[in-house]
Each structure stands twice: as C-alpha cells, then as structure tokens.
Design a protein. Structure first.
Length: 96
C-alpha cells in the first residue's frame, strides 16, 4: 500500500502527492473533482511506479477516452516532482 511504502520517508510521500496532483490536473478536474483515494500510485518490487485509478478518477479517465496514464517521479531530500502523460486512442493513432 502507499502508506506502508511511504511510512517514515517524506521524499517518497511528497513525490506521490505530486503525482496525484499531476493526475488530477491531467484529468482536468484539479483537486476538487477527483478524490485523493481515487488515485493510487503503485509499484511492483523492482519496477517503476504506475497509476491505478478508482471511482471518480476511473470514471473521468473513461469519459476522456484515456487508455493509459504514464508517470515519472523524482525526488531529493528537499524537492519532489512528478509528471504524467495521458494517452487516448483516436482512430488508428495514439494522442498524448
């Protein structure tokens, strides 16, 4: 779980907060339209982090036609940053 992974590690927690905020912006809702628990930042052991949407987050992504949301995270002791790219299929091509 996110809380277990971040427990006692402020930089990891900050990067996940930044990731959730970036997802909310990509979904066009800001922090009001999708709940914090509707966006989960997951990570398989040894693998990169990825986004799993639930509830209102999943509904909004489906309405937008998003087939994938890519995530990049980085942090230091003092700063955290995250960026996301939503992908939707339009005809035979992927639009980002």
């Amino acid at each position: 779980s996110e809380q277990k992974y971040c427990r006692g590690r402020a930089a990891q927690l900050a990067s996940r907060f930044a990731a959730k905020e970036a997802v909310m912006k990509a979904l066009g809702t800001g922090v009001r339209g999708v709940g914090w628990k509707d966006i989960e930042i997951k990570r398989e052991r040894g693998g990169p982090p990825y986004i799993q949407l639930h509830g209102r987050g999943q509904a909004r992504a489906s309405k937008m036609g998003l087939s994938n949301i890519s995530l990049s995270l980085s942090h230091s002791n003092d700063f955290a940053v995250a960026s996301v790219v939503g992908e939707a299929e339009r005809g035979n091509r992927v639009v980002r």
